[in-house]
Each structure stands twice: as C-alpha cells, then as structure tokens.
Design a protein around this ligand. Structure first.
Ligand code: SF4
Length: 361
C-alpha cells in the first residue's frame, strides 16, 4: 500500500502534470477547492505558488467547523449552561468563538464539556454516566453524518434516555450552487471533495455543470492527485466542456456509497441550513426525522439564544465564499492567530486562515 501511495507523491509525475497545467491554462481562471482538506494539501505542498500566472486557487466552504453559523455555536453554548447537560464534541469545536463565549471558556467556567473522537464515544459516555444528559454536537458532511445516524439508531435500540444530538450537519450541492450562481465571485471550475464524494458519488454535482456550465473534478489529497485534478479541469476549460469527472478513482464511484446514504436517509431529512458566509440555503442541512425526534437536543432542551453577534472585522464569511483570501483580512496574523483565534477559519485544522498562517507566512 505504501508503495502504491508513493506514486501519488512522485516528482516526475508531478512535473509532467505541472507542464500540462501550464500548457492548458487559460489566460485567467478561478478554481475553487471546495474541501478544507484540499486547502491544507494545496498549502502544504506549495501548489498555489506553482500555478500559471492568471490562475487563482480560491478556498471554499468545505470546512465543517468553519461554516457552522454563530447562532449554532451560541445554541451549543446555551446547552452547556443547562446544569444536567454534558456537551460532547470534537476538539476543534471547543475553540470556536461564539458571540460572547466558546465551549473552552464554558469548560473553564465549570460547565461540563467532553472532547470525543466519534459520536459512538459520546454514546458510550452517556451509557457510563446515566446521571448526565449527554448532547453530542453533530457537525460535518456526509463523511460524519452516517456515523451520527448509527449512534442515534443505537440509542433508539437501547432506549437510551440521556443521549441527544445537536444537529448542524450539512451537504454541499446547495452551497456550491449559491457560489457558482453569484456573478461577483466568478468561479470557473471546482476541485470537488474526495472524502465526501466517496459517500455522495458525483450525481449530486452534475447540475452545476449542466445548469451553470461550471466543470468539476473530484480528486484526492496527495500532490499528484491535486495536480491531476487541476490538469483535468484545465483541459475541460480549454475544450469548452463542463462535466463532473473523477480523478480520485481509487476512492470514488459515480454512484457513491449507497449503504452510507441509506443510513443518513433513515434518520435524517433535509432542511434549510444557515451557513456562515452564505446564509440560509434550502435542503442544505439535515434534521432528525420524526421517528427519532426524541434524540434531538433542541427539541428536548429548547435552549434560548438571546442575540447573536458577529465578530467585528473577521472575514471568515467572505473567505468561505471565495470572495477574499485570509491574508486580505486585516486581523490575520496580527490580532488573529492560532493561539488567539477570532474566527473559526483560524481554529480548525481544515480552516483556510490556519492553513495560510502555517504555510504562507
Ligand atoms: Fe477571521 Fe481570523 Fe481569518 Fe480574519 S484571520 S478571517 S479574523 S479567522
């Protein structure tokens, strides 16, 4: 396996692809890497710097922590203030600033916040602590949503009365439609997510090519993967084609993973979700179906958020739409650093600001 993967770091292959990109690139174009893991891979491998003149790589809305709206962060914080509640969440989420606090600050103030690595860990914690009401914070795209479905189904089978989920899961097509339909953003082509597409497949993106004329290529995360994806996009632009193609054939099939999709569909239905930077988008979020509504933390605890305040000066919303890059934020690297993050894009390991801070300064 290691030898197989080493092909995707091969300098000769990379050089050949860089030459193809240079040959095929139009005079100017904007490519958006949708996924936060691609943002990090591009930064770590210096790919932005070797793009032809006139080619811009824009970061998109694919970091799940980053796109979680302030109101949702504030709602989770309100949940931690309910005395019997323990909030269980991934580590990144604890550092994201809400309007006036963060989960880390709440924990320091004595509230019960547990860092977990999966929703099933949160379920186990609930079984081991029957005196607590455990609320798991569900963020992420189709790579994490099936696991949350499984946890809810297991809680249902176990008749567990002290486990619920705060659902902030999202799917990508509606957000991408909002971006490609915005003429001010001028996105010419999309580097589509690798991990998420292993579950979704590519059919859900095809309307972007058909209806908006924007080509997309699903690709992986090694340097050769990313370069191959960019070369395929350049070829489509050169030939005037708009299709959704797969460069990441070792991971993604057109039809996706039907088992994982069925797991999501059994527990969740789509709903309007509010994205940081993009606002409310119909059918881009997930809500727990009636059959499993007993496991919905908002329905059970009805947390109250008085007023949501955005962080003055933070440009995360513009960065997540591809309208600005992190170094255009006046707070970047001065006021806002990974040690003192002002917005989520500096907190998350997949955030654009954190990637710029680490690799471009
Ligand atoms: Fe927000 Fe900080 Fe990024 Fe500026 S550098 S956009 S304040 S996270």
């Amino acid at each position: 396996l290691a030898r197989d993967l080493s092909r995707f770091k091969d300098p000769d292959l990379a050089r050949g692809l860089i030459a193809s990109i240079e040959e095929l690139a139009p005079v100017s174009c904007n490519l958006m890497e949708v996924c936060g893991t691609h943002t990090v891979a591009i930064a770590r491998n210096g790919i932005r710097a070797i793009m032809p003149e006139g080619t811009r790589l824009l970061s998109g809305p694919g970091c799940p922590v980053c796109v979680t709206a302030n109101k949702d962060i504030d709602t989770v914080i309100a949940l931690t203030r309910i005395p019997e509640v323990t909030v269980a969440t991934f580590g990144d989420m604890t550092r994201v600033p809400g309007s006036t606090s963060s989960l880390l600050a709440e924990k320091a103030a004595g509230r019960s916040v547990e860092i977990v690595y999966s929703p099933l860990d949160a379920l186990t914690f609930a079984q081991e602590h029957p005196e607590r009401q455990v609320v798991f914070v569900g963020v992420g795209f189709e790579t994490t949503t099936p696991l949350v479905s499984m946890a809810i189904k297991r809680a249902h089978v176990l008749n567990l009365s002290n486990f619920t989920v705060f659902v902030a899961h999202k799917n990508m097509p509606g957000a991408l439609e909002t971006i490609v339909a915005d003429p001010s953003l001028k996105v010419d082509a999309l580097i589509l997510p690798g991990h998420v597409s292993t579950v979704t497949g590519i059919r859900c993106y095809e309307f972007l090519a058909h209806d908006y004329g924007v080509p997309g290529v699903v690709t992986g995360f090694e340097p050769v993967d990313v370069l191959q994806g960019i070369a395929m996009l350049m070829r489509q632009l050169r030939e005037g084609r708009a299709e959704i193609e797969i460069a990441y054939t070792r991971g993604v099939r057109p039809e996706g993973n039907q088992v994982a999709l069925a797991a999501i569909d059994e527990v969740f239905e789509t709903c309007t979700a509010t994205w940081r930077g993009l606002g409310p988008i119909p059918d881009s979020g997930y809500a727990i179906r009636e059959k499993y509504r007993a496991f919905d933390a908002v329905a059970r605890f009805q947390p109250v958020v008085e007023k949501t305040v955005e962080h003055a000066g933070c440009r995360c919303g513009d960065i997540l739409r591809g309208a600005q890059s992190p170094d255009e934020c006046p707070l970047f690297g001065k006021v806002c650093t990974p040690e003192n993050p002002i917005g989520p894009c500096m907190v998350s390991s997949e955030g654009s600001c954190a990637a710029y801070y680490r690799y471009y300064r």
